[in-house]
Design a protein around this ligand. Structure first.
Ligand SMILES: Cc1cc2nc3c(=O)[nH]c(=O)nc-3n(C[C@H](O)[C@H](O)[C@H](O)COP(=O)(O)OP(=O)(O)OC[C@H]3O[C@@H](n4cnc5c(N)ncnc54)[C@H](O)[C@@H]3O)c2cc1C
Length: 506
């Protein structure tokens, strides 16, 4: 069967095996065919592609949930939207979520996903935890209700998915099941986050959810004039737990890097009206504010509080669907340019309450939107640039604007500190994610962008990647060799492989 990632490029003929029961899985492993695990196929490139693919999505039970400490124990195939359906009516949200809810727990761990709150990873909530738990010697904290150990997770609002995971079980190709945490088999623990499925099959995990005060987000939107202005706003509002900017990738000269910054936090109205059905969103505008310049003396670590706490009548809209691949000619510099101009000019500075799914997962409201790019698919290019290298961001946007190959989905985010995973993508700086239609000329442009990224100490995100060279990978991921060694030591290198692992030599 032909199978591809979310970008539709590349694709491969694969044999599919379904993970339902552990006993069957051991049989599959005994066949000794090299394989890769796959969740819901939302990674864009070739990380979940191999000649033999193990589909983990059907392994999808939620075992338990404690309403006091927020620990959820579930199998790897559970989707984030299922977790939210279950937890949001109880007032619990994911600590870290990417821009789509249609991914599995296994996929979230293997990619060590991150979202709009990565920059917020310096804010520890450990005090909140103390009121609910017994503190024992050496920070051994147990939940009073369920007795589970909480000690290894400092409750952190941002960062990568790893911050919310207490432990997981991992099946190695020889059938051994390893329990992994920060204290137990910690090498496998840190190699699995961001390890793109190359360390074993993640079977189950315990993750910590965070208590929230509403199912709505109080969102502020600000239009910006250029890249410096966009970055200024992201910096000056970094005390907001969630922040993101859309960039007009075709704007040039004095408008280069103009965009729309959105930031916010959960409202305080204790309203958990959960109108999901996976197709609804609140859209009413409630307030307009002045476009003020950020104050440079604003304290960066002051507690962010949403300013409005308004009960509001919800207005719901149904979801759209792209029913078929659009012709290859639909997206061209002209149509993208028009879209970007319209999107930018119609945006209004202001504040509104939005249903949390509309804020976190705007793209999920258009089903199969990836078909817009046509049958040849597209490549997403997500990079991270250290904070002191903002000139490189200018250079990258300049090159893209000049090439006229930019698209409409261009996201800039501020990131916090690196974590201890072997193949950690984030570092303190700015991440830019862009979609490019798959055309022959795009590869040359991306090679030139790679050079700028690596020259300033940046990286390319593996879960979006389908074309990075081994050379670029090796100079940007400093622990690449440690990862290779670990794969060898556990006998993983010949048993678990993807198109990506072969390309990158890991
Ligand atoms: C619209 C959209 C927005 C996105 N936004 C973000 C974002 O903001 N931030 C972000 O970080 N990512 C983002 N992503 C990427 C997405 O979150 C990741 O690619 C995620 O890993 C996909 O999970 P999946 O279940 O679909 O896994 P797949 O795509 O099927 O697999 C991804 C990787 O996980 C491995 N894997 C899956 N299950 C297991 C398992 N049980 N055991 C071992 N390995 C496994 C696979 O081998 C593969 O390497 C976005 C994707 C889309 C489509």
């Amino acid at each position: 069967m032909k199978i591809s990632g979310f970008g539709g490029y590349p694709s491969i003929d694969s044999n599919l095996e379904v993970l339902e029961k552990i006993a069957k899985l051991q049989e599959f492993l005994a066949s000794k065919k090299p394989f890769i695990a796959r969740g819901n196929g939302r990674s864009y490139g070739d990380s979940s592609l191999s000649k033999n693919i193990l589909l983990c999505k059907p392994y999808d039970e939620i075992h338990s949930f404690c309403q006091d400490c927020g620990i959820l124990h579930a199998q790897c195939g559970v989707m984030l939207d299922d977790i939210l359906d279950f937890s949001m009516p109880k007032g619990f949200f994911l600590h870290v979520t990417p821009g789509t809810q249609y991914i599995t727990l296994g996929g979230a761990i293997a990619s060590n996903v991150h979202g709009k709150n990565h920059h917020h990873n310096n804010y520890s909530q450990i005090e909140e935890l103390d009121s609910k738990a017994n503190t024992k010697i050496n920070k051994n904290i147990l939940c009073k209700s369920c007795g589970q150990a909480l000690n290894c997770v400092e409750l952190i609002k941002g960062g990568n998915f790893i911050e919310s995971v207490l432990n997981f079980s991992l099946m190695l190709p020889n059938g051994d099941i390893m329990q992994c945490s920060r204290d137990l088999n910690s090498d496998l623990f840190y190699a699995t986050f961001g390890g793109m499925g190359l360390t074993g099959i993640i079977l189950e995990a315990r993750i910590r959810l965070r208590k929230v005060s509403s199912s709505k987000i109080c969102q502020t939107t600000i239009k910006t004039n250029n890249l410096s202005n966009t970055m200024e706003y992201l910096e000056s509002h970094k005390q907001a737990p969630y922040a993101v900017a859309w960039i007009d990738s075709l704007a040039k000269d004095k408008n280069l890097g103009r965009g729309i910054v959105s930031y916010g936090d959960f409202a305080l109205d204790s309203d958990f009206n959960y109108n999901d059905k996976r197709q609804n969103q609140i859209t009413s505008n409630i307030h307009t504010i002045e476009d003020k310049k950020p104050k440079s003396n604003q304290k960066s670590n002051e507690q962010y509080m949403p300013q409005y706490n308004i009960k509001q009548k919800a207005h719901y809209k149904a979801k759209l669907k792209i029913p078929f691949y659009l012709p290859n000619s639909t997206l061209n510099p002209f149509s993208v340019g028009i879209f970007n101009k319209l999107y930018y000019s119609r945006a209004k500075n202001g504040q509104k309450l939005v249903y949390f799914k509309h804020f976190f997962y705007p793209l999920d409201s258009i089903l199969s939107w990836n078909k817009i790019y046509g049958r040849n698919g597209f490549l997403q290019y997500q990079i991270i640039i250290p904070k002191d290298s903002t000139q490189s961001l200018h250079d990258i946007l300049n090159l893209i604007a000049e090439s006229k190959q930019g698209s409409f989905l261009n996201v800039l985010k501020l990131y916090g500190k690196e974590d201890s995973s072997f193949l950690c993508f984030p570092l303190e700086g700015y991440s830019l994610a862009l979609d490019f239609k798959n055309t022959p000329s795009i590869f040359g442009l991306l090679d030139r962008l790679d050079e700028i990224v690596t020259k300033c100490g940046g990286r390319i995100y593996l879960t979006k990647d389908s074309r990075m060279s081994k050379h670029i990978f090796d100079i940007s991921y400093k622990r690449a060799n440690e990862f290779r060694e670990l794969r060898k030591d556990y006998g993983l290198d010949s048993k678990i492989e993807s198109l990506q692992s072969k390309r990158l030599g890991i």
